[in-house]
Design a protein around this ligand. Sequence first.
Ligand SMILES: NC(=O)c1ccc[n+]([C@@H]2O[C@H](COP(=O)([O-])OP(=O)(O)OC[C@H]3O[C@@H](n4cnc5c(N)ncnc54)[C@H](OP(=O)(O)O)[C@@H]3O)[C@@H](O)[C@H]2O)c1
Length: 222
Amino acid sequence: MIEITTLSELTIDGKLALHRAASSKDLFDYSSDELKAWFHGQRASADAIMVGANTVRVDDPWLTVRHVAGRNPLRVIPSSDGRLPLTSALLNDGLPTLIAVAGRATAATVAALEAMPAVEVIRCGDHSVDLPALMDRLEARGVRSLVVEGGSTLLSSLFGQDMVAKIVIKHIPIISGDPEAPTYLTPTPRPGFAPRLSRWRMTEWFVKGGIGVSVYVRENAP
Ligand SMILES: NC(=O)c1ccc[n+]([C@@H]2O[C@H](COP(=O)([O-])OP(=O)(O)OC[C@H]3O[C@@H](n4cnc5c(N)ncnc54)[C@H](OP(=O)(O)O)[C@@H]3O)[C@@H](O)[C@H]2O)c1
């Protein structure tokens, strides 16, 4: 079973970004160099890293290991219809990227993605990407650990299916104040995937450069 760790940066008012459709890179920039290195060390310790399709559209992330020496994990993006901007950084840098699409992705969209350097596409699910089935496919390729960096919709689906074993939260000392900024979990999760009450135990807590980090593990891990 793949161990899934979520890795998030959260404002004091529980937001994943300062505004709606604003990049969460703004939050990362608040960290000290030491904390950036720690955060990227978490990426380096995983076999694979995942963000939702919308985070690719909004943040245009690289999802590589920088700020510290380490190996880049396999990038995995669930995108039901596969409609990601072909100019996205992670589709163009030649590092391995796996796009998981659902049945509704057209052959033309899949072909366009597969034409990008080191990009592979797999089908997993009918309407939206079947995350447990995707985990089985990843496990069959030898992936044992996965870091998920969000956003809200993907996190909600994973918590809604009780798939997360460990939570890491970097507490950014800012209040966004924007009611439209994305929250940790979305107020409208995908039908049937609303997270339920779950209990977590804090196993680590530290402050680096004025920013706290807390780590939780699931009681009775899934
Ligand atoms: N602070 C942080 O740590 C952090 C980290 C990452 C992102 N963010 C922020 O989060 C925001 C984006 O969050 P978001 O909720 O809009 O989008 P998201 O969670 O990044 O992506 C959600 C999208 O993933 C695709 N998807 C495919 N299968 C899915 C499944 N089974 N469950 C859930 N999603 C699935 C869907 O797009 P399709 O229908 O197109 O397939 C869905 O709309 C941005 O503002 C970004 O800056 C913050």
